[in-house]
Every structure is written in C-alpha cells, then in structure tokens.
Design a binder for this molecule. Structure first.
Ligand code: M6R
Length: 357
C-alpha cells in the first residue's frame, strides 16, 4: 500500500535512492563486479547497431540510454518510438540488436515491434520491471529493473531504474569488448543514491516553486541541451500528464526557431543545466526568455551554478546527470498536480499500461 504517503507517485519518487542501491546489489557478483549474462554481451558485441524501442517515459529514458551505450561502448545506437517504428520501419543495419524498454512489459505498441523483430530473427533484450510480462517472455533476453511495483500512472522510479540498468549494461559490454569504461558505474550509482536523497530532502523548495509559478499557469516550458535535452523531454511529459499544464521540453537552441514566440509576461520557463559543454548556452537562452518577460527558474549542477539559480543539484558523474536532474522535475509535476487538486495517481484519460495500439 501507500503507507503514510498521500499518493503512490510521491512514495515512488521517494523510493528511488533505495532502487539505485538495490540495482548495484542485484547486478554485482561475489567479487563486487557488475555482471550480466554473457550471452547478452556477446550478441551486443557481434551487432553493428543497437535499436532502442519504447513509448512515453521509457522512450525518454531510451535517449539517455543511447548516450550511455555510445559513450561507454562505442556502439552506434538509435532510439525509436514503437508506434512509429511499427509502421515506418527505418532502414536497418546488417546486424541489429534490439532493446525494448517497458516498465510494464505489456505495452502493445512495443510488442508489435517485437513480433516483427522475432519474425525477422533479430536478437532482442527487454528491460522491464515485471518478470514474466509479455515483452519479457517474447524477447530473447530480459534484464529486470528491480524497482518494485510502480502503481502511479506517472512513471518515476522506472525511468531512473531504466537509465541505471542501461549504464550497468553499457559498462558490462565495454568490459566484455575489452574497452576501458569512462566510469565506474556501481561506484557512481552509490553517489547518486545519496544525491537523490539530498534533492528529495529539499522537496519544500520544489513545492514552493510549483505553487508560486505553476499552479495557475496554463503552460510551461522546460529547456536544456545535450543530455539535459533528454531530461526536459521527460520533465515536460511528467508535468503535462499529471498537472494538465501544457508543457513543452525543448532543445534550448531551438527556441529562437519558433517556440520563443509563445513567451509572454510570466510564462514559466525551467532550464536544466548539468551539461558542461552546452550549459552556458542554455543559460544564455534563459536570459533571452527573461528579457521577454518569462518567469525563469534555473536548475543547475554544482560547478555550473550561478547566484540566480533556483536550485543547485549535487555534483554527479557527467554521463549520469539525468538520474539526479529528473528528480526536481518529478517533484514539480507532483506538487503542481497536488495543488491543482488533481487525482495525482490516476490522471484523466490515462491507463497504467497501454495494452491497445
Ligand atoms: O510500461 P511501459 O514502460 O511500456 O509504458 C510506456 C508508457 O505508456 C509510459 O511510460 C507512460 O508514458 C507513462 N504514463 C509516463 O509517465
């Protein structure tokens, strides 16, 4: 049950540090090394490209996964919406390897692609929270998210678990291929578990931001670049699905190519700045919207922070910043929905698992 929590969503947000710790434990062998079934690693080694297939929040986690797999293993990786891939299949390479990301393991759009993949005889792996789910049974391999049941319709802990498992997988593939991994994933996930706790302890800051800036606004924008762009896509999805505030997540450089026309007095614009290379550019974009009247809130990471920032995230490894930068956006979505009087766990028109195409 939800225990003392008013909603499952906030309970599940709160569980994320424990999920990170559990994952380290689940994927460590007796020597303390991360370990994944060799047959998965050898199939990825033999493949010339990884195709990630997913929907919704899992799709947004897929983009972070692409970055991790490419940077850690050097294998080119594409990310596709299942519902698009099924009817508009891209040109595939000679040796594709498919990764299905699905919290529930029951999403019909993703399953439809898996049926095609199996028919073509390509190797596949499902990352899911539900052992024995359809996508787990039908894919050749499964890796579990170990996040515990996710009840709230809005996915939170499954997103961070997917990213963590993809990081673990990438490190194991790198090791198997004899490539040096740029990070020690188990060690970094331990740091992240503590960092998530710090951010959650500061929940009142995000509740205040939500009440002041979002509880009556009709729209909102999240902006970021590089790895932060992937997170703002997820931040916007979370905000719209539970609070019903029309939200967009944009690559900040694209604002001037159209979206900036929507900025009026007091339009909320939340910038995520954890990416060293592109962060200063996003800050520049934040200043452009401020000069057009926007209500700017900057969430940055230690080392990239300035006096003006609404919140400064604890420093974590460059490749894993989504695991920490997504937390304020989950809390903002939750508190905005709460203060608007919405049914946080069961947003209108949505189902937890979408078993129809
Ligand atoms: O169970 P899945 O991960 O396959 O579900 C995919 C989407 O339906 C899901 O992530 C949906 O977007 C959530 N409501 C997002 O919070």
């Amino acid at each position: 049950g939800k225990g003392t929590y008013p909603y499952y969503m906030i309970k599940e947000i709160d569980e994320q540090p424990a999920v990170m710790r559990k994952l380290i434990q689940q994927y460590q062998n007796e020597n303390g090394d991360l370990e994944i079934n060799e047959s998965v690693l050898s199939e990825i080694k033999e493949s010339d490209r990884v195709y990630i297939i997913a929907c919704g929040t899992s799709y947004n986690a897929g983009w972070v996964g692409k970055q991790l797999i490419e940077r850690i293993t050097g294998t080119p990786t594409e990310v596709h919406l299942a519902s698009e891939f099924a009817y508009n299949t891209p040109l595939l390479t000679k040796k594709p390897f498919f990764i299905f990301l699905s919290q529930s393991g029951e999403t019909a759009d993703s399953r439809q692609v898996l049926v095609q993949v199996n028919k073509a005889g390509y190797p596949s792996l499902t990352l899911t929270n539900v052992p024995g789910s359809t996508l787990s049974r039908e894919a050749k391999h499964t890796l579990l998210l170990h996040a515990g049941p996710e009840i709230a319709v809005a996915s939170t802990k499954a997103y961070t678990a997917q990213i963590a498992v993809l990081a673990i997988l990438a490190e194991c593939v790198a090791k198997y291929n004899g490539v040096d991994s740029p990070l020690d994933v188990a060690h970094e996930l331990g740091i992240i578990a503590n960092a998530i706790e710090t951010v959650i302890d500061d929940h009142e800051i995000f509740e205040r931001l939500s009440v002041t800036h979002l509880s009556t606004s009709k729209n909102a924008f999240y902006i970021g670049r590089g790895i932060d762009y992937y997170v703002v896509m997820e931040a916007a999805l979370k905000l719209k699905e539970v609070s019903y505030v029309q939200a967009e997540g944009w690559a900040s450089g694209e604002l001037k190519h159209g979206t900036i026309a929507l900025i009026e007095d007091n339009t909320p614009v939340i910038s995520i700045i954890t990416d060293k290379v592109s962060g200063p550019h996003t800050r520049g974009n934040a200043h452009e919207v401020i000069s057009r009247g926007a209500n700017s809130m900057i969430i940055s990471m230690e080392g990239l922070d300035r006096q003006e920032d609404a919140y400064v995230l604890p420093k974590v490894h460059d490749l894993l910043t989504p695991l920490i930068s997504v937390i304020p956006t989950q809390l903002i979505a939750y508190y905005t929905a709460l203060h608007r009087g919405n049914d946080v766990d069961k947003p209108r028109n949505l189902a937890k698992s979408v078993t129809v195409e």
